[in-house]
Design a binder for this molecule. Structure first.
Ligand code: AKG
Length: 273
């Protein structure tokens, strides 16, 4: 489905039309329902691994991100376990695969929801739970809306993954901070080498955990919804929910697995944060 030589060389790949327009419309409707849940909460809320990140805007709550909606939204669960993902991932990380990220990002028109330049490797914690990160982990993002420079789409620095863990600033949050050129220059990279993703609804981007990327403000007149699923070779990771065993989907169990919410066992009950 992707050219493996390109993937290894560039650190990213794009699959056009991974889901059909009809499928994307149905996924988008479910994503809108999750958004409505977030608005109803009105502030950040957690229940186990399910987490709504809500900020305050002048006109009301701004839903920026929801983690692990698949626990209660079967249609979104079906997307992450779709056989097309199993087929796409097999040549990259094999047939036994767990999942760390199951996340929706919204960028409302005009809202400041920038993502500073970063490598996802900074979030793969605790580090000793991950082995061979550069070759065992694949992040994917499914465009639900037109995704490009106007709508605050992602920018990639091709081949930056070849440097491994770069000393990019990790003292500030990624979400809500702008892409600073001087920060790239400090680690020997240049924004001039970046490329801007241009995705139609249903297109899928995939990227390496060491690929430097970020995104800017949404200057379009529409929401920019993005459904992110991050997969890892099961034997190289001690965290995550199972996704595929021998290439076949594994349904979520009765108890959530440890992913990255460290207080899952002590404070898994619903609460505002
Ligand atoms: O949604 C975006 O624009 C950025 C996503 C991103 O940088 C990430 O998930 O690491």
């Amino acid at each position: 489905m992707i050219d493996l030589a390109d993937w290894h060389r560039d650190g990213y790949a794009i699959v056009r039309g991974f889901f059909t327009p009809e499928e994307v419309a149905a996924i988008g409707a479910d994503i809108d329902a999750v958004h409505a849940e977030g608005v109803a909460h009105g502030r950040s809320f957690r229940h186990g691994n399910l987490f709504y990140k809500i900020s305050r805007a002048t006109h009301g709550p701004l839903v920026q991100m929801v983690q692990w909606p698949s626990y209660h939204r079967p249609a979104l669960d079906a997307v992450r376990l779709d056989p097309r993902f199993a087929a796409l991932l097999e040549p990259l990380i094999g047939r036994d695969v767990k999942q760390i990220i199951n996340q929706i990002h919204w960028k409302a028109p005009g809202a400041a929801s920038d993502f500073a330049w970063h490598q996802d490797s900074r979030f793969r914690r605790p580090a000793d739970c991950y082995r061979n990160l550069g070759t065992s982990y694949v992040q994917t993002g499914l465009a639900i809306d037109p995704h490009g420079p106007e709508s605050g789409g992602m920018a990639f620095l091709p081949r930056s993954h070849l440097h491994g863990d770069l000393d990019l600033d990790t003292s500030t949050e990624v979400l809500g901070n702008v892409m600073r050129e001087d920060e790239l220059e400090r680690v020997g990279l240049s924004a001039a080498d970046s490329i801007q993703l241009v995705l139609d609804p249903g297109d899928l981007a995939l990227w390496n955990p060491y690929l430097v990327h970020g995104s800017g403000p949404n200057r379009s007149h529409h929401q920019r919804r993005f459904y992110i699923n991050g997969y890892v070779r099961a034997r190289d990771c001690d965290r995550g929910e199972w996704a595929f065993r021998e290439g076949r989907p594994v349904p979520l169990g009765p108890e959530p697995a440890m992913v990255h919410y460290e207080e899952l066992r002590e404070r898994g009950e619903p609460h505002y944060v």
